[in-house]
Design a protein around this ligand. Sequence first.
Ligand code: SF4
Length: 447
Amino acid sequence: MKRKGEKEKERGEKIIEAAVCPFCACLCDDVVISISVAENKIKEIRNACTFGVKKFLSAEKTERRIKKPRVDGKETSYEVAIEKAVSILREVKKPIIYGMSNIGCNAQRVALEIAKLKKGVCDISESICHNFLYQELRKGEYPFYYALLDEIRDNANVIVYWGSNPLRSHPRHLSKFSLYPVGRYAMKGVMDRDLVTIDLVDIELKKISRWFFQVNPGTGEDAKIAEIMKQLVKKETNNGELRELVKDTAAIDFDTIVKITDRLKKAFYGVIFVGLGIFSSENALRNVKAIFALVEALNKEGVKFVMFPMKGHFNVMGAVQLLLRETGYPFGVDFSRNRIFEPGKTTVLDVIKRKEVDAALIVGADPFSSFPKDTVRKLCDIPVIIIDPFESPTAQFSTVVFPAAIAGVEAEEIAYRMDGLPLKLEKILNCDYPSDKLILERLLESL
Ligand code: SF4
């Protein structure tokens, strides 16, 4: 009798049992993929969400791929494109190397070496997404109560999503790490847990939340809710005075806040997952501070609570860890200065706005789609080199374009999950494109 693996081999199939999905920072590591070796095609994908499935199948979506390297809009060979990119980087005084959250750790290391060699700026998407979190952490005013996702899954029985909608951004987050899985102290999974959601919009999570607050954007209501909860935990102010504080705020029902705070105080273990909803408003710093203070107050009262930032891109944590290890700073480092890290001075939007950089090497990012218009206009004035598997507005406007293999689908790599756990990404399919690491190495060698 033939064993399972032998039968698959005869049929020309290969099954990867625990592939890691390289779409979001959950890096789900239980994806099963069956491949037809002869056709170099994915036959079946199990366990991934629709985003994950799309990412794995994106290798086959040839209409979205960059077909060949381009210089000044004309298709050319990798050799010619490398020559042009090297001549640009040699001539300029201070380039910016930006992106890095959607590439593997090996490629990130080479990109950082180029930034150091050229005494340029190296920045990642964190400088835009979680800038205020790091600013608050650097002040050292509050301890950072933090935990790995496995610890949260095992212990947490009160889950708060604040300014984040995992159903839209990290679809398996709820089933793998927070609300649904069986934990050591939540044996009945969702039945043993309570979900609280606070967001700017009426999101789907409302339906499964025990309590839901929709706050008004730009009003500071997030911070107000956290501040009131903190005072209720600390019993600093009487309820009458606190009720006065929110009497003009339509979104906040004081009695509900009291009930939620009561539940937080009785948690065996709780977690607040914070998302871009609290970081991207004008009150971001106040929001972060207030949530830090709430978590601290709960811990001081003897309730174990952690705060966990929801990271988006699949390897943003790899980039943060690399920069912290090599420079001591999480993003926006400028190797041309003595003080290499000053948010607001050394970060991507600022150096472009002040025309401090004279070329850009973009790896795994699309700043033309995500940056403010005036920054994009300034980017148009300098030569841009891009390495990416897919066409994008940035690729359309770049001086040199390098198509690359998709990390975790067509190239082996390493990535860090959102809690900092390193995982190996498999090469699932063969392809003719070089990896981004290889392209970066060629640039570094030639420089
Ligand atoms: S949740 Fe994220 S990592 Fe997991 S399968 Fe979906 S896209 Fe992939």
